[in-house]
Every structure is written in structure tokens, then in C-alpha cells.
Design a protein around this ligand. Structure first.
Ligand code: HEC
Ligand code: HEC
Length: 262
């Protein structure tokens, strides 16, 4: 399994620092995690009914890879300090729960409802460690967004956001399916090989600008009309228009020529 830890973008990930901090939390943790003094007949921990939705879903769907307290395992990274934005991004884009070990989790229809996702976000948050909050997105400036996109995103996702293959078989996916919040979450979190863009690098307003522009890319693509031309872009369409005009001209000249010869 390819793990995030091998990726060489360590300086950009504030969560690494948080992860270090979380070791401390773990060391002190057992006190906090100890069950409250229960009724006279103690039930074994394994059969205790999960008290809330988040705990229950987590133990059923996530703990086998991420560990019952989010400490991580051979099969999945630690979730301590990844933050609400990361959990919401992974679940709302259907990347998690992973069904089998793959090098890169793919976007799929989400497995959980909005209510279940926020319950899981809450439960993972209870492991401690902070991390980026789910961003609130406001309308942004498309012109500024276009510049920011060209400088920061196009090298991986392509100038039109159609995606590209990166090193090691990783894919920078097309950006047409992500919601505004998911775009902002991806920026703050830096999923997989993508670098995180914390607020020291991109202000909240710049995130709004970028988010607006990425959403615009999607409608521009739809505006480009029919399937065969959809991916060629305006230049190719312009060329095609010229070819059509030329053909008409040639036809007209021939017709005139034939008439003159009669
Ligand atoms: C089969 C094992 C498996 C299961 C089950 C699973 N995960 Fe994961 N999870 C992974 C792996 C492996 C990664 C790293 C993959 C990647 O980066 O593409 C990951 C990454 C994540 C991340 C991103 C962590 C980070 O550092 O940003 C989050 C958040 C997450 N999982 C949450 C969950 C939640 C919540 C569930 C349960 C609903 C779940 N996962 C179920 C294996 C699993
Ligand atoms: C180093 C290459 C790289 C750069 C630079 C980069 N990304 Fe990404 N991006 C990725 C990869 C790889 C993924 C897939 C991560 C995964 O699946 O875990 C991704 C995922 C995403 C997603 C999730 C798409 C979806 O449908 O689920 C969005 C949105 C996104 N990136 C937006 C951006 C924006 C906006 C920028 C510029 C600020 C940017 N990215 C810069 C590599 C990059």
C-alpha cells in the first residue's frame, strides 16, 4: 500500500505537527477514554452498545483500518488531528470508507447521509488534535481566481481543470464534480499527493476566488457544447469554424466558375 508518509511535501502539512502533538494526547489519553463508572453488573467493552451514531458508525466502518481511537494501523493512517475538513472531504466525496487497499482512494457517490457524515466528523474530532475546520465559502472574484488557479493548480489539474496523471501513478482528478465546499476543503487539507494551502499561503478570500473560478470551469466546459468538441476548447472550435467557412467559399467559387463556363 502506498502511504501518504512517503510523499515528499512534509513542510506544507501543518497536520504533521499536530500529529506529533497527538502522541502526547495518546500518552495521557487513557484517562479520558476510560468508560464512565457503569451499573453494578459490568458488561465487557466489546458488547457495550455504542452510545451515539458517530461512535457506532466509526467502530463498524473505520476502526478496522484507522484503529478504534484513530491511532492508525498498518491499513490506514492516524486520524488524530486531521481535522473536520479532512473527514468531511473524504466522506462527502465517497473516498472513505475504503473498501479495499488501493493506491489512491477514488471519488464515488457518498456512502453516508449528511447526518451520518457530521456524526463521524464529530467522533473523529473527539480523538483530539485540532486540524482545519470545514470552510465556509462565499462568492469570490473570478478574475483573481483565474490567476491563482493558473499559478497554483493548473500544473497538476490542467489549465481547464480536466485532470492529469502525476508521478507514481497518482492522478490529479478532474475538478468538475467537486462542490464549492469540497474545493475549499481540498485546498485547506491537501488530500493525498496534493499540497495543503493553509491560510498563511491563501487567505480565506483567495480560497473564495479560487472556488468560484473552479466552479466556473465546470460551466465553461458545459457551455462548450457537444461531446466531440467538449474537450478541444475554444481554439479548436475556432479552427473548425474556419474550415467550414473555407469549404463554403471553395464551393461558392466552384459554383460561380461553373456558371461562368456555361
Ligand atoms: C480499508 C481500510 C480503510 C477503511 C475501512 C477506512 N479508511 Fe480512511 N483511509 C485509509 C487509507 C489507506 C487512507 C489514505 C489514503 C489516501 O490518502 O488516499 C485513508 C485516509 C483517510 C482520511 C484522510 C487522512 C488524512 O491524513 O488526511 C480520512 C479523514 C479517513 N481516511 C477517514 C475514514 C473514515 C471516517 C472511515 C470510516 C467511515 C474510513 N476512513 C475508513 C484506509 C481506510
Ligand atoms: C501537486 C499536484 C497538485 C496541486 C498543485 C493541486 N492539486 Fe488538487 N489534487 C491533487 C491530487 C493528487 C488530488 C487527489 C487526492 C486524492 O484523491 O486523495 C487532488 C484533489 C483535488 C480536489 C478533489 C477533487 C474531487 O472531485 O474529489 C480538488 C477540488 C482539488 N484537488 C483542487 C485543487 C486546487 C483548486 C488547486 C490549486 C490551489 C490544487 N488542487 C492544486 C493534486 C494537486
Amino acid at each position: 500500500m502506498r502511504r501518504r508518509r512517503e510523499v515528499s511535501l512534509p513542510a506544507l502539512h501543518p497536520r504533521r505537527i499536530l500529529a506529533a502533538g497527538s502522541v502526547l494526547v495518546l500518552a495521557v489519553g487513557p484517562v479520558a477514554f476510560a468508560p464512565a463508572p457503569g451499573p453494578a453488573t459490568p458488561t465487557p467493552a466489546t458488547t457495550t452498545p455504542a452510545t451515539d451514531l458517530g461512535t457506532q458508525l466509526y467502530l463498524e466502518q473505520c476502526a478496522s483500518c484507522h484503529g478504534p481511537k484513530g491511532q492508525g494501523s498498518q491499513r490506514g493512517p492516524s486520524l488524530i488531528g486531521v481535522g473536520p475538513a479532512s473527514v468531511d472531504f473524504q466522506l462527502s466525496t465517497g473516498r472513505m470508507p475504503l473498501s479495499q487497499e488501493v493506491p489512491q482512494a477514488e471519488r464515488r457517490p457518498p456512502v453516508f447521509s449528511a447526518e451520518e457524515i457530521s456524526a463521524l466528523v464529530g467522533h473523529v474530532g473527539s480523538f483530539g488534535g485540532g486540524g482545519p475546520q470545514i470552510p465556509r465559502v462565499a462568492p469570490g472574484d473570478i478574475v483573481s481566481g483565474r490567476e491563482l488557479f493558473a499559478a497554483n493548480c493548473a500544473p497538476c489539474h490542467g489549465a481547464t481543470g480536466s485532470g492529469a496523471v502525476l508521478t507514481n501513478g497518482w492522478i490529479a482528478p478532474p475538478l468538475y464534480d467537486a462542490s464549492a465546499v469540497q474545493v475549499a476543503e481540498a485546498l485547506r487539507v491537501g488530500p493525498g499527493l496534493m499540497p495543503a494551502f493553509p491560510s498563511q499561503v491563501l487567505t480565506d478570500r483567495q480560497v473564495d476566488d479560487l472556488t468560484g473560478y473552479v466552479r466556473r470551469l465546470r460551466s465553461e466546459r458545459l457551455d462548450q457544447g457537444g461531446e466531440p468538441l467538449g474537450r478541444l476548447g475554444p481554439l479548436a472550435e475556432g479552427l473548425l469554424a474556419w474550415v467550414v467557412v473555407l469549404a463554403l467559399l471553395v464551393g461558392a467559387v466552384r459554383w460561380l466558375g461553373r456558371r461562368a463556363g456555361q
